[in-house]
Design a protein around this ligand. Structure first.
Ligand SMILES: [Zn+2]
Length: 482
C-alpha cells in the first residue's frame, strides 16, 4: 500500500465510500495508524497523529508557519552519528504567544523514534494486534455511541469555560496525551514514561489525575472544604460517575460539579509546568488555583453570587451556594440511606435479548463514601438474569466480609419485577427460580439485608458498572480498605 502519493489509502477509500462526516468514515480515518520507520513515506503533517489527531490539527499555529507543509517525515531533519536531528523551518520566528505550542510541538517530535533501516508502514489502531477487522470497527462505533450517553452530557451543563469542558470530555475519553498514551503510539522512548509528579508509577490518566499521591492529596484538601472525604476509585471515569453522589448538599451542586473541572484542569496545568518548563507549582499554590477557579466560575459564569470574589474565596463551601437552582436535574443521582444503614446499588445489563451481559454494583454509607465497587461479565444472558445475578453477587459479597456481618444493608435494584419476585412468597417465573431461591437463601443467612426498588435515575453508577461488565471491561472488585 502506498502512503505517499496518496491515491488509494484507507483514508481515501473511507472518504469515497461513506459521507465524509459519517461515523464509519471517522472511525476508519482515526483507525489508520502510520508506523514510522525511516520516515520515507509518511507525511509529517498529515500522517503522523497523536491520539488520532493529525499534527497539523494538533499544532495549527506551527503548521501555518511551517515552510514545508507536505513533505515526508525524513524531509524534516537529518541523521548524524546514528542519531536523528529534527529541523523544522518556519517562515518567521515564533511570537511569544506561540512559544508554548512550539515547545509542545518539539517535545512531541522528540518522542517520535525514527528507524533508519525500515520503511514506514500502516497499522490499525482499534485492535491490539494492529490488524484491521470489521469487528473492531463495530466495537469502536458502539463505544462512540456509549460515549454520547447521559454520563457525558453532564459535562456540558457545568459552569466552567468551554475550553475546560472540552478538556474534561477528552480526558474522560482517554484522549489526553499522558505518557503511557504517547508510548502506546510509539511517540515516546521507553525510559521516560514515569509520572512527572511523583515518579512512582507509569503516567496514565487514572494515575496522574486520581491515584497519584500528589493529585490525591489535592483532591482530599479541596473536598475537605465541604467536610467530605472518600477513597479513590480505580479509574477516573468511575470517579466522575460517582462524583455527584459524594456531596449530598443540593445547594452545593454547581460548585461541587465545578470542583471536578477545576481539579483536573489544575492538575494538568501543574503537570505541564513540570514537563515543559521544568518549573513546579507548589501544593499550596495548586490548592489556591483550584479555589480561585471554582469561586470565579461560580460568580462570573454561573452568576451564582453578587459578593466580591475575595469574600467568596475565604470560604468556598459557604459562599458558593445555589439559592435557587433552576438548572439542576429534577431527580437525584443517588438517594443516601438512613444513618447506620448501608446501601448497595446494583444493576444488570444485557446488550441484546439475550446478549453479552454484565453486572455491577456500588456499596456506600450514608455519607456517600464508597466501600466497595464491582463489575463483571456474565456471558450471554437476558436482562432479567443479569438483574438477578447482580443482586446475588451483592449478597454474596456482603456475606464474604466479616465486618459486614450483621450490618443493615439495603440492596437496591431498579428492576421492580425482580424485587417483587424476591420479596413475595411466589416463585416468579420458573426459569429464574434457581436464582431467586439462591438470593433468598443468601438473605436468610445475612438476616439484616433487604432488597428494594428505586428508580433507574438514582442508580446510574451501578448502571455504568454493569454496562462496563457487559462490554468486556473485565472483572473488577475493589474494597475501600484494599
Ligand atoms: Zn504520580
Amino acid at each position: 500500500m502506498s502512503i505517499r502519493p496518496n491515491p488509494s489509502s484507507y483514508v481515501y477509500v473511507a472518504g469515497g465510500l461513506f459521507d465524509q462526516g459519517s461515523k464509519i468514515a471517522k472511525v476508519l480515518d482515526e483507525g489508520i495508524r502510520v508506523i514510522v520507520g525511516s520516515g520515507d513515506r509518511a507525511r509529517l503533517w498529515e500522517d503522523i497523529r497523536i491520539e488520532g489527531v493529525r499534527l497539523k490539527e494538533a499544532f495549527p499555529r506551527i503548521f501555518s508557519l511551517a515552510s514545508n507543509k507536505t513533505g515526508s517525515v525524513n524531509e524534516f531533519g537529518s541523521w548524524s552519528g546514528g542519531r536523528w536531528f529534527w529541523k523544522i523551518d518556519l517562515r518567521r520566528p515564533c511570537f511569544d504567544w506561540e512559544k508554548n505550542q512550539w515547545t509542545a510541538f518539539n517535545s512531541c517530535l522528540d518522542n517520535i523514534v525514527l528507524r533508519d533501516s525500515i520503511s514506514d508502514t500502516i497499522g490499525w489502531s482499534w485492535c491490539s494486534t494492529g490488524q484491521f477487522s470489521v469487528k473492531s470497527v463495530w466495537k469502536r462505533l458502539e463505544e462512540d455511541f456509549v460515549g454520547n450517553s447521559a454520563v457525558f452530557n453532564r459535562i456540558w451543563k457545568s459552569i466552567c469555560p468551554p475550553k475546560v469542558e472540552i478538556f474534561v470530555w477528552h480526558l474522560l475519553h482517554g484522549r489526553v496525551l499522558v505518557r503511557n498514551v504517547l508510548k502506546r503510539f510509539g511517540l515516546i522512548s521507553n525510559n521516560i514514561f514515569d509520572c512527572p509528579m511523583c515518579g512512582d508509577a507509569e503516567e496514565s490518566i487514572d494515575h496522574l489525575f486520581l491515584n497519584c499521591k500528589w493529585a490525591w492529596n489535592l483532591w482530599g484538601s479541596c473536598m475537605n472544604w465541604w467536610n467530605i472525604s472518600s477513597c479513590p476509585t480505580s479509574s477516573l471515569l468511575d470517579w466522575w460517575l460517582n462524583w455527584p453522589s459524594l456531596c449530598n448538599l443540593n445547594s452545593a451542586a454547581r460548585a461541587w460539579s465545578a470542583l471536578f473541572f477545576a481539579m483536573t484542569w489544575t492538575i494538568w496545568e501543574a503537570r505541564n509546568e513540570r514537563v515543559f518548563k521544568d518549573a513546579s507549582i507548589s501544593f499550596e499554590k495548586a490548592v489556591d488555583m483550584v479555589k480561585f477557579r471554582v469561586g470565579w466560575w461560580f460568580k462570573y459564569i454561573g452568576k451564582g453570587s453578587k459578593e466580591p470574589i475575595t469574600l467568596i474565596l475565604l470560604n468556598i463551601a459557604e459562599r458558593c451556594v445555589d439559592v435557587k437552582s433552576p438548572k439542576l436535574p429534577k431527580h437525584k443521582d443517588w438517594i443516601p440511606p438512613k444513618p447506620e444503614l448501608l446501601k448497595f446499588n446494583v444493576d444488570g445489563s444485557a446488550r441484546g435479548v439475550p446478549g453479552h451481559a454484565g453486572v455491577g454494583g456500588v456499596l456506600r454509607d450514608c455519607r456517600g463514601r464508597v466501600l466497595c465497587v464491582f463489575s463483571d461479565y456474565i456471558g450471554i444472558q437476558d436482562s432479567v438474569t443479569a438483574e438477578l445475578s447482580a443482586i446475588e453477587k451483592a449478597c454474596g459479597l456482603c456475606l464474604s466480609r466479616t465486618e459486614l456481618k450483621g450490618a443493615k444493608i439495603s440492596v437496591v435494584s431498579d428492576c421492580k419485577q425482580v424485587v417483587a419476585w424476591i420479596n413475595c412468597n411466589g416463585v416468579g417465573e420458573w426459569k429464574y427460580l434457581h436464582l431467586i431461591l439462591e438470593i433468598r437463601s443468601l438473605m436468610s443467612r445475612l438476616n439484616q439485608v433487604v432488597v428494594e426498588y428505586e428508580p433507574r435515575e438514582t442508580n446510574l453508577f451501578a448502571d455504568a458498572l454493569a454496562k462496563r461488565g457487559a462490554d468486556g471491561g473485565g472483572f473488577l472488585l475493589k474494597w475501600s480498605d484494599s
